[in-house]
Design a protein around this ligand. Structure first.
Ligand code: 4AD
Ligand code: MG
Length: 477
């Protein structure tokens, strides 16, 4: 047991009159008398009252924003405004000094861009404290949801020999000396001399492995880091992000959509239930940021109402073909407001997705049955021979948050798809074999964890919802 109490437990059940010890970091120090102490367990700070006559000036000067301290004293009802309880200090120790002139995190508003440069210290701010507590609760909610629904947590490998998405955006894993590569007679690198005796990469998705397990355990999910070397420097892309990928035997596309919708709405209600204070803080933050923005860029609803709306309402479901028609009929299209062309067969751009969810339906949307050519090889070919049983979930402010599909379970059709997509059958022989030995209808999807955290916290840049973002030209910290 720790020898001190956490601030969060002191607020949830205050042991008034008891002598307790707390440890944390000073947020503010007023009148040489009142310390606001944060230990990160909650957004709240505990007021520590000291009698300045008990300490000399040199000691008091060391109590700055950022100083780490340990205080022991009686917990009492606070007579002052702004806090319910306070600790009347009997003993105070400085654990770690913090030079006020050098510490970059001051008690004023810093820009998120500035704090990204200080990612090692940004946890000390209210905003990032709130974001990372919420991130934790969402991760926990995800495990709870699947555990409660009979799923098994599967650990897919991080190092892989296959490109699950076939998009060729993989990071290579090698122990070869880049300055002295072993070459074959034809001048190409001799990969047989590499660590695994073949070329390997960081995984872009655990789906193919999850499928293998689902075809035995019925309901599985992965939750791990995935890596994409796509050169997209946007507010929604990371080179390293976390993905949740459930895979269910005997589920078709409709069951897959039902699961995805229920799961997403559960995660949001869970956050509303368990992260209320942090969400309220982020909502206030967003409202004051919005005041500095042009009206059309402001949020239509405050954060908590947006989340309540999603957790209480069903999603709109329509096919890709219907979505194209909605876009072609839109005033936006007619007034040539889209930058990218709209016609059947295009890969929807984020401006199209956002028009559908934010302007047209004003709620989350599930789009299904995309053209086969713009989706991955493993998606099940529909009767029309042109579309696949894909489903993407789009949410306001983010765009695509989930991508999934019913999988191609027919051996012959899958082999044909491999040929069309120029996928070497040798590289995924194990995947193809499952279609020979007791294949069955199955489906799954992938949720981008950071995009969920963005949606729930209202943060606008994906770099601000992962502790240490990896993006093109940036792997600091
Ligand atoms: O749509 P994606 O590429 O689907 C898959 O990887 C499938 N294997 C999933 C499956 O069916 N099991 O990616 C799934 C989700 C996207 O909807 C998005 O939320 C997120 O992963 N995502 C990213 N998030 C952050 N940065 C990136 N570069 C991302 N790429 C995809
Ligand atoms: Mg996708």
């Amino acid at each position: 047991m720790p020898d001190h109490s956490s601030v969060s437990t002191l607020f949830s059940a205050p042991p008034l009159g008891n002598t307790i010890t707390v440890s944390g970091w000073v947020r503010t120090f007023r009148n040489d008398q009142f310390i606001a102490l944060s230990d990160g367990s909650t957004i709240r700070t505990l007021q520590i009252v000291i009698r300045k006559e008990n300490f000399d000036d040199a000691f008091l000067k060391r109590i700055n924003t950022g100083t780490s301290i340990r205080a022991t004293g009686k917990l009492e009802k606070s007579p002052g405004k702004g806090q319910e309880i306070e600790l009347i200090t009997e003993e105070l120790n400085i654990l770690g000094d913090c030079d006020a002139n050098e510490f970059p995190i001051q008690m004023k508003r810093h820009s998120l861009e500035f704090l990204r440069e200080k990612a090692h210290l940004r946890f000390r701010t209210n905003t990032f404290g709130a974001v990372f507590r919420i991130r934790h609760h969402l991760a926990f909610a995800i495990h709870k949801y699947f555990n409660d629904h009979g799923f098994f947590y599967l650990h897919a490998p991080v190092i892989t020999g296959s490109d699950a998405e076939g998009a060729g955006e993989m990071f290579r894993v090698t122990t070869l000396d880049l300055n002295n590569l072993p070459k074959k007679e034809d001048g190409r690198v001799d990969e047989s001399l590499d660590f695994f005796g073949k070329s390997t990469h960081l995984t872009v998705s655990g789906q193919l492995e999850a499928e293998l397990a689902a075809l035995a355990l019925s309901r599985v999910y992965t939750f791990g880091p995935t890596f994409r070397a796509e050169n997209s420097n946007t507010s929604r892309h990371l080179a390293e992000f976390w993905m949740i990928e459930p895979e269910v035997a005997f589920n078709d596309l409709v069951a897959n959509m039902d699961l995805a919708e229920d799961f997403l709405r559960y995660c949001i209600s869970y956050a509303l239930m368990h992260c209320k204070e942090d969400l309220e803080f982020l909502q206030e933050r967003e409202i004051s940021e919005d005041k500095m923005k042009p009206v059309e860029e402001r949020q239509p609803l405050p954060l908590l109402q947006r989340l309540q709306f999603v957790s209480n309402n069903t999603f709109e479901r329509l096919t890709y073909s219907e979505a194209i028609r909605v876009l072609l009929d839109s005033p936006y299209y007619k007034k040539k407001k889209f930058k990218f062309p709209v016609e059947w067969g295009i890969d929807l751009q984020s401006e199209h997705e956002r028009y559908l969810v934010e302007k047209h339906f004003k709620k989350p949307v599930i789009l299904t049955n995309y053209p086969a050519a713009i989706k991955a090889f493993y998606m099940r070919l529909n009767e029309d021979g042109k579309t696949v049983a894909a489903m993407d979930i789009l949410v306001p402010g983010i765009g695509e948050i989930i991508g999934g599909s019913q999988r191609e379970e027919r051996y012959d059709v899958l082999r044909r798809k491999c040929q069309q997509f120029q996928i070497d059958e040798e590289s995924i022989w194990w995947y193809l074999e499952t279609r020979k030995f007791g294949s069955c209808v199955h489906a799954g999807f992938g949720l981008g964890f950071e995009r969920l955290v963005m949606f729930v916290t209202g943060m606008q840049n994906i770099r601000d919802v992962i502790p240490f973002p990896r993006t093109p030209q940036n792997a600091a910290f």
